[in-house]
Design a protein around this ligand. Structure first.
Ligand code: ADP
Ligand code: MG
Length: 323
């Protein structure tokens, strides 16, 4: 029932960026290796996500928009995957209850695809169409039927930057997926999908940010850190370019920020921050991943150990470079 979906939408659909995030996650779940994201006016008016994934069978398209019909829960045996990717089966239902949705989808075994249009949770059109294998989903006029939520959306600029952040993080962490990001008809970036982290960083953040980066590659039995950090003279006035993934999930962690910044101490001016793109792998038994999947915090059991490991790894990488 649509009221329930609209209420659920309050949980899942915080705003345009969360729509983009859910839809990209669906594309990733569908094993796409090429994803195009297009937005207009901060996603408030228009969001289109196209993928070359497995598509939805013609008999299951409507079902995908019903609450709690996830096709995923039975396939998943790994708790980490279960938590990080969607398993609730309510994103599409929620989104469709508060917007105008058009989906075009085809599996490889079908001759033709299906186009389905849903407005405020109600199917208004369904037809057979020609299309490639995969899924394109268009979300127009988010919150058009829920004025209170509509008013709650931020300016186009703010909503756009939240979306850009999400896509940028995905593009530099899922480097074997080719991303293309278009904002108001301008191509913001494309990545190759060839799995080369440094190239993806350059594509997403530009040559200026990525210049003279120092490679980091250290590990011990429990921890591994890979990625790139800036020379001490290349800093920023904020932490926007201190980007950290733990077990391939974007996190903001005080203890990790401190370890990195302390390692730069003495070589970085106060209130300047290093640029870094760091990918940590931590034995899952040493962290609590069971925090809210939408949040960016993690709980580390032994903070001192992780601090020491990161501090040493950064120090070592910085000194290696200058000798
Ligand atoms: P969940 O992802 O939690 O299963 P969603 O509401 O996000 O729930 O999606 C519902 C279902 O629709 C998915 O389980 C999947 O079967 C199907 N689906 C959604 N998006 C795609 C896509 N891009 N490609 C293939 N199937 C999709
Ligand atoms: Mg989903």
């Amino acid at each position: 029932d649509n009221v329930i979906n609209q209420i659920a939408a309050g949980e899942v659909v915080e705003g345009p960026y969360s729509v983009v995030k859910e839809l990209i996650e669906n594309a990733i779940d569908a094993k796409a290796d090429s994803i195009v994201v297009e937005i207009k006016e901060g996603g408030k008016k228009f969001i289109r996500i196209s993928d070359n994934g497995i598509g939805i069978n013609e008999h299951e398209v409507e079902q995908a928009f019903m609450r709690h019909t996830t096709s995923k829960i039975t396939k998943i045996n790994d708790l980490d995957t279960l938590i990080t990717l969607g398993f609730r089966g309510e994103a599409l239902a929620s989104i469709a209850s508060v917007s105008q949705v058009e989906i075009i989808t085809k599996t490889k075994d079908q001759q033709h695809g299906i186009l389905l249009e849903i407005t405020g949770g109600r199917i208004v059109n369904r037809k057979v169409v020609g299309c490639p294998t995969g899924t394109t989903i268009i979300i127009k006029n988010l919150f058009f039927n829920t004025p209170a939520r509509f008013k709650f959306m931020k300016s186009t600029q703010v909503e756009t930057s939240k979306i850009s952040e999400i896509i940028s993080r995905l593009a530099i962490s899922k480097t074997d997926i080719a991303f293309k990001y278009i904002n108001n008809n301008n191509i913001m970036f494309t990545t190759s999908g060839k799995g080369i982290v440094r190239d993806a960083i350059i594509n997403v953040f530009g040559k200026e940010i990525a210049k003279n980066l120092i490679e980091v590659d250290e590990s011990n039995k429990e921890y591994e850190i890979k990625g790139y950090i800036s020379q001490p003279e290349h800093t920023r006035g904020n932490r926007n370019y201190e980007i950290i993934f733990v077990n391939n999930r974007f996190v903001k962690s005080k203890i990790i920020f401190s370890a990195i910044e302390d390692a730069y101490k003495g070589s970085v001016v106060i209130n300047r921050f290093p640029i870094c793109f760091l990918y940590l792998n931590i034995n899952p038994s040493l962290i609590d991943i069971n925090v809210h999947p939408a949040k960016t915090e993690i709980k580390v059991f032994d903070e001192q150990a992780i601090y020491d490991f990161i501090y040493d790894a950064i120090k070592k990488s910085l000194t290696k470079e200058s000798t």
